[in-house]
Design a protein around this ligand. Structure first.
Ligand code: GDP
Length: 235
């Protein structure tokens, strides 16, 4: 287990502007959505540690929500936007950490679990097996209240996402889909995606549009997260 020394939470950026890189291009990965409130709803949020195996997961107490999705779906950007921290989830991108489960503490006893992205089937078989083992390790946890599934709006629900939803159904946990990067769709496309997906979900989960860039759906996503974290443990 790689444990980070606990330290004081960094102050929240007071500016609402998006970060800009040296080319003047908006840096999405580390940004808080333009125009959104910069006041974090989780002022003491902090990275706890990364686990390489289920045996390293923290004690099964309190409440936690897992965030998952295909690689590049916008998971890190969603975590940063939801927590209102510019680079909280960046740790998952540092070399060697992409296959680890990252735990964040939102408030004492409330955690966000950043699962490794999936979808690159070309990866070594041992890695795929390791990924499945990590996910399976979450199954018995009473503290797991639900899964937020990040799905790229332009791609829609793909087989890997379907498998994850089936797994969640098997352990009786709710799934809420964030259709990420919805700023890339026009209104008609957005509506079509939502209608089609809700029909496909058939009550297996809920779904909403989300954009880490514009902040669309941000409050709804936070509302879902909070509702789950406040909900009682499954019986
Ligand atoms: P992860 O691999 O799932 O953690 O995905 P990232 O958060 O790193 O995002 C993958 C890519 O999608 C990056 O190039 C981001 O800039 C881009 N991206 C993430 N969120 C948004 C969004 O809301 N809108 C747009 N247009 N691009 C986004």
């Amino acid at each position: 287990m790689q444990r980070k020394q606990p330290g004081p939470a960094k102050p929240i950026a007071s500016s609402t502007s998006c970060a800009t890189n040296s080319q003047g291009i908006e840096e999405l990965y580390t940004s808080i959505p333009c125009g959104s409130s910069s006041v974090s709803v989780y002022p003491s949020v902090q990275f706890l540690f990364s686990a390489a195996a289920a045996s390293q997961f923290p004690p099964d107490t309190g409440a936690e929500v897992a965030i998952c999705g295909r690689s590049n779906a916008g998971k890190s950007s969603a975590i940063n936007a939801i927590t209102g921290r510019r680079a909280l989830a960046r740790t998952s991108k540092t070399p060697g950490r992409t296959r680890l489960v990252n735990f964040f503490e939102l408030t004492p006893g409330a955690r966000l679990i950043d699962l490794p992205g999936y979808g690159y089937a070309a990866g070594p078989r041992v890695e795929i097996a390791g990924w499945a083992e990590l996910i399976e390790g979450l199954g018995p946890r009473q503290s797991l209240r639900g899964l937020m599934l990040i799905v790229d709006s332009r791609r829609g629900i793909l087989p890997g996402d379907e498998q994850l939803m089936e797994w969640a159904q098997g352990i009786d946990r709710p799934v809420h889909i964030l259709f990420s990067k919805c700023d890339q769709l026009n209104r008609t496309e957005s509506q079509r995606l939502l209608t089609k997906s809700k029909a496909a979900l058939q009550g297996r989960g809920s779904a909403q549009l989300f954009s880490a860039r514009t902040g669309v759906g941000l409050e709804q996503a936070r509302g879902q997260l909070d509702a789950w974290l406040r909900s009682p443990a499954p019986t």
